[in-house]
Design a protein around this ligand. Sequence first.
Ligand SMILES: O=C(CO)[C@@H](O)[C@H](O)COP(=O)(O)O
Length: 234
Amino acid sequence: MTRSPRPRRPLIVPSVLPADFARLGEEIRELSDAGVDRIQWDVMDGAFVPNLTFGPDVIAAARPHSDVPFEAHLMVINPDELLPRYVAAGCELVIVHSEACTHLHRTLGRIRDLGARSGVALNPHTPADVVENVLSETDLVLAMTVNPGFGGQAYIPAVERKVARLRRLIDDSGLPVELEVDGGITTETIPGAAASGADVFISGSWLYAHPDGKPAAVRQLRAAAAGRYQGEAA
Ligand SMILES: O=C(CO)[C@@H](O)[C@H](O)COP(=O)(O)O
């Protein structure tokens, strides 16, 4: 069987959602110094999800404070018009929701045409098969392990079955598509997500609240995932 190349180690990516928005530049520098692999911006439009967060100008203002790649998780209905602005703001990866795009295949192609990598996110109830016909257009699949809109929610273990199904779809395709999980990720929940086949782990409230600081949180998450990670050299 053809297997898709996977990252050599689990990738740990913090969500900026729990940050102190009054000092975002410092917050971004702290995250970078903690050894994270990327930084995720949770972009919420107040319509697809009942919360409002970061416009592209906020992300652009934070961009000079770090060399770590930025990803934008767009929880936005029909995001096509906004894509150029998030890419111009410095996001190397732009993730859209399958449930929010009328023409998902076209939207993913537009992200790549803008010079960024593309990702597609699935809410907990959305079946894995939704991505089958767009795998060649995407660089990442994000399986939400909470319902999107807020940080600090409990991990939904039932999503692990879908993560395992997505793993098989990606492996069978032979394409270099990352598999990301997001929501309720802690040292308790990350082993199950890693064992199911995830490569990339978003952590927000647990990472920020760690009593020994962000570098310790990142190290502990990476170690807890690595014990169950089945990835191999790309
Ligand atoms: O996309 C989202 C929420 O919509 C996530 O990025 C969460 O914000 C992750 O935060 P925790 O669940 O780790 O607090």
